[in-house]
Design a protein around this ligand. Structure first.
Ligand SMILES: Nc1nc2c(ncn2[C@@H]2O[C@H](COP(=O)(O)OP(=O)(O)OP(=O)(O)O)[C@@H](O)[C@H]2O)c(=O)[nH]1
Length: 347
């Protein structure tokens, strides 16, 4: 009987979602539940500190070695597809023992569609496919109206000038991430009640493609069986994923800015947390995250802020040869007062 050779493409999952929604948490959980499956990760973040790779590495699972986590810090992945993403994924596919599944965490400010499109490029098309685009949503942030435009203000502006672009950059990004998704993970459901969750779900529905479901999560904890194996081949289905940038309109990240603040050792982490909350409430800050060295403490402290909600926990000992210092990346709306923010965090 004649033998047929079946070429199997390596599935890739794109994890999108706004800053701080819970993408890294979801990926860490996925690693813990990998069950010996060879996963590889491409991690992209906005800001120069490379926190996400560290957090994923920090999960300490033996099945996931340093080589399996590639970090792309050269800007948002959607804008550096040709220069950064293609060589990276090609190198993973060229490995003598390629991964069984590739997980890509986009920066919270990235548009997922240009990345999905890249799977149609000749270098990738025959060897990999987008198994699914997962959009992680911070249910509490949506409920608080963080992505919603002030409808009345917009109507007044448009009455004065009908050519005005009516959406806020946050709203536009949020909608775009939803519109590209094959699955929604409504995360942080511990922070909202059932009625609020229903309201959030109903509000998102108009932005989703038909038959896209939302699953709920806390800390991004979901069975990988729910997340992987969606078999969407999203690169063949681009037309159903509308983007504000389909008309060739440039997407640059001028609407957002980031700084890294060096703090040396921090003797009072509680006071730092209070300063972060204060800064976030008075400036256009969207995200703060980084590592803190506390005098006398052998462990590294992780500090994470989303809006004015701040978490801190020790993740691992400082390694020999590592410089004990504190660095925070601060991401905000363009035009935030970087000098004042840095000074207030250091105060
Ligand atoms: N209360 C609560 N906090 C959560 C949940 N999931 C994640 N967080 C916290 O939210 C913060 C951001 O989580 P990450 O997983 O780093 O979010 P991210 O989307 O990877 O963030 P960026 O990469 O900066 O865009 C962290 O402090 C998490 O501990 C959740 O379900 N509930």
């Amino acid at each position: 009987m004649a033998q047929t050779t079946r070429t199997t493409k390596i599935p890739a999952t794109v994890v999108t979602g706004f800053l701080g929604a819970g993408k890294t948490s979801l990926i860490r959980h996925m690693i813990e539940q990998a069950g010996g499956r060879r996963l590889a990760f491409i991690i992209n973040e906005f800001g120069d500190l490379g926190v996400d790779r560290e957090l994923v590495r920090g999960c300490g699972d033996e099945s996931c070695t340093d080589d399996d986590i590639v970090e792309l810090t050269n800007g948002c992945i959607c804008c550096t597809v040709a220069d950064d993403f293609l060589p990276t994924i090609t190198a993973l596919l060229d490995r003598p023992e390629p991964p069984e599944h590739i997980i890509i965490e986009t920066s919270g400010l990235a548009l997922p569609k240009p990345l999905v499109k890249a799977f149609g490029w000749p270098e990738v098309r025959t060897r990999a496919t987008v198994d699914g685009v997962i959009a992680v949503v911070d249910a509490a942030a949506v409920a608080a109206g963080r992505f919603a435009t002030d409808v009345e203000a917009v109507q007044a502006q448009r009455a004065a000038d009908p050519s005005l672009d009516h959406e806020s950059p946050l709203e536009e990004l949020f909608e775009e991430q939803l519109a590209c998704a094959d699955l929604i993970v409504l995360n942080k459901t511990d922070l909202v009640d059932a009625a609020t969750l229903e309201r959030v779900k109903a509000g998102m529905a108009e932005h989703l493609r038909p038959a896209v479901h939302a699953v709920t999560a806390v800390g991004g904890a979901l069975d990988p069986a729910v997340l992987l194996g969606l078999d969407a081949a999203a690169e063949d289905d681009l037309d159903s994923r509308p983007s504000h940038h389909d008309d060739g309109h440039e997407h640059d990240h001028d609407d957002f800015a980031s700084i890294v603040v060096d703090l040396g050792e921090v003797a009072d982490p509680a006071a730092l947390e209070a300063r972060i909350k204060d800064v976030a409430s008075r400036h256009d800050i969207l995200r703060v995250k980084g590592f803190v060295a506390v005098p006398e403490k052998p462990m590294r402290l992780i500090v994470q802020g989303v809006g004015d909600r701040v978490q801190r926990y020790f993740d691992r000992p400082w390694e020999a040869g590592e410089i004990r210092t504190s660095r925070l990346v601060v991401i905000g709306q363009a035009g935030f007062d970087a000098e004042a923010v840095a000074a207030e965090l250091r105060a």
